[in-house]
Ligand binder design. Sequence first.
Ligand SMILES: [Zn+2]
Length: 85
Amino acid sequence: MLIWRAMNDMLPTNDWLYQHRLCLDAACPWGCNQAESAIHVFGNCTFMTRIRAEIERMNIHFNPNSNNLQDLLLDKMTISMRSAK
Ligand SMILES: [Zn+2]
C-alpha cells in the first residue's frame, strides 16, 4: 500500500501538502534543503538514506504489503518473538 501510494503521488509529504494548500512549507524536515516529495524521500533524502541503511543493517527487509513503518516493525517484532520461543 505504501508503494502504491508513492507511485500514485498520494503520500502526504510536505510537498504534497503544500501543493494542496495544507501547509506553508514544502521543505524536507530533515534539513536537506529540498522539497519533501515522494521521490526525495525514497531517493536522495540524506536522513532517509541513513534510516534505510540502519534498517538493512538490522536485517529487516521491507514487506511491500506493509502500510507503514509501524506495521513493518510490528511484523518484525512478531517474527522475533516467535523465533525466541
Ligand atoms: Zn530530506
